[in-house]
Ligand binder design. Structure first.
Ligand code: 13P
Length: 250
């Protein structure tokens, strides 16, 4: 079984002074029993990686290009992220799918690039409110998984994050029964596609309005191996109790 993972997605938040929060987090968790990952904006990755070097905290990117290099103004390759000290990269976040028109095929190509560079790909899937209300959630998630994941996914190179779009930044959280249903479905799909050993071990994160006061209940759900946290990962004082709640399950 892969280690559980508490991942923070800082999105487009944070200048250099935000690294104080990273230092505070490192100090509060010198020997964690779960993996702790912070994905800061690209401008902070190198400095953040240097800051946590030698300790248990991990640093990741929020996106990468599918090509290794070339004429792609403004983009960052997986190799560049790895070179800057990143170990993980978030791919196919709903904000990238919406704001940048990323398709699941694009995400698939990016995941292949991430794997080729030795990065763990955190592949995000999730339904909109309209899709949930139309009872299409599992169809949507199944389709996103089938198209976004390349062959060769293992527990060592891939993490899945289930992030219902309607729960992101809204304070609305699905019921544990709803999370349970989707995570069980994702687990079954992982086993069917990647085999029992890898499929059963690929970490499945829940994301969307995870806070200190709801983390323990979410982490008690079957097949929830951690969280991808937005707003509550920006301050060590908020993220730390979420990490401790996850540690309470191991
Ligand atoms: P919030 O935790 O702010 O809802 O964001 C979730 C998210 O999108 C993480 O990737």
């Amino acid at each position: 079984m892969a280690r559980k993972l508490a991942a923070g997605n800082w999105k487009m938040n944070g200048t250099r002074c935000a690294l104080d929060e990273l230092s505070a987090l490192a100090k509060a968790h010198p020997d964690p029993s779960v993996d702790i990952l912070i994905c800061p904006p690209a401008t902070l990755i190198r400095t953040a990686a240097s800051l946590v070097d030698g300790g248990p905290l991990l640093i990741g990117g929020q996106d990468c290009h599918s090509q290794v290099s070339g004429a792609h103004t403004g983009d960052i390759s997986a190799d560049m992220l790895a070179d800057a000290g990143a170990t993980h990269v978030i791919l196919g976040h709903s904000e990238r799918r919406e704001d940048h028109g990323e398709s699941s095929d694009d995400v698939n190509a990016k995941a292949r690039a991430a794997h080729a560079s030795g990065l763990v790909a955190i592949v995000c899937v999730g339904e909109s409110l309209a899709q949930r209300e139309a009872s299409n959630t599992l169809d949507i998630i199944g389709g996103q998984l089938a198209s976004s994941l390349p062959d060769g996914c293992t527990a060592a190179n891939t993490v899945i994050a289930y992030e219902p779009i309607w729960a992101i930044g809204t304070g609305k959280v699905p019921s544990t029964a709803q999370i349970d249903e989707v995570h069980d479905f994702i687990r079954a799909r992982m086993i069917r596609r990647f085999g029992q050993a890898e499929g059963a071990a690929i970490p499945l994160l829940y994301g969307g309005s995870v806070k200190p006061d709801n983390a323990a209940e979410i982490f008690a759900t079957d097949n929830v191996d951690g969280a991808l946290v937005g707003g509550a990962s920006l301050k060590a004082a908020d993220f730390s109790p979420i990490i401790k709640a996850l540690e309470g399950t191991v």
